[in-house]
Design a protein around this ligand. Structure first.
Ligand SMILES: *[C@@H]1O[C@H](CO)[C@@H](O)[C@H](O)[C@H]1NC(C)=O
Length: 88
């Protein structure tokens, strides 16, 4: 199906790191987008990634397009959206 798995709310200590996962069980080679929306701001593209063959073989069931943030700051507080662009 055309869907991605996202996470709910996460709380991280300032200075810690976090990996935000966006996984899809799409059988093709999907392009996964990450958007971020800071409070009172428009959506902003963060990352665009086409999940390639090599990566797919690595994890055939779930294609993951993670975003890793190191040393998280209060200013990173936002809504992060993951979006899938492909017909599965
Ligand atoms: C994302 O996936 C990685 C690898 O499985 C895991 O270590 C990490 O905790 C996950 N991130 C969250 C916020 O669940």
């Amino acid at each position: 199906s055309n869907s991605v798995k996202q996470m709910g709310q996460i709380t991280i200590s300032e200075g810690a790191s976090v990996t935000m996962n966006c996984t899809s069980t799409c059988t093709g080679y999907p392009t996964l987008f990450w958007y971020v929306q800071y409070p009172n701001k428009p959506l902003q593209l963060l990352q665009r990634e086409t999940v390639e063959k090599a990566k797919t073989l690595e994890n055939i069931k779930e294609k993951n397009s993670p975003i890793v943030k190191y040393s998280v700051q209060v200013s990173d507080s936002a809504v992060y959206y993951c979006l899938l662009e492909t017909l599965c």
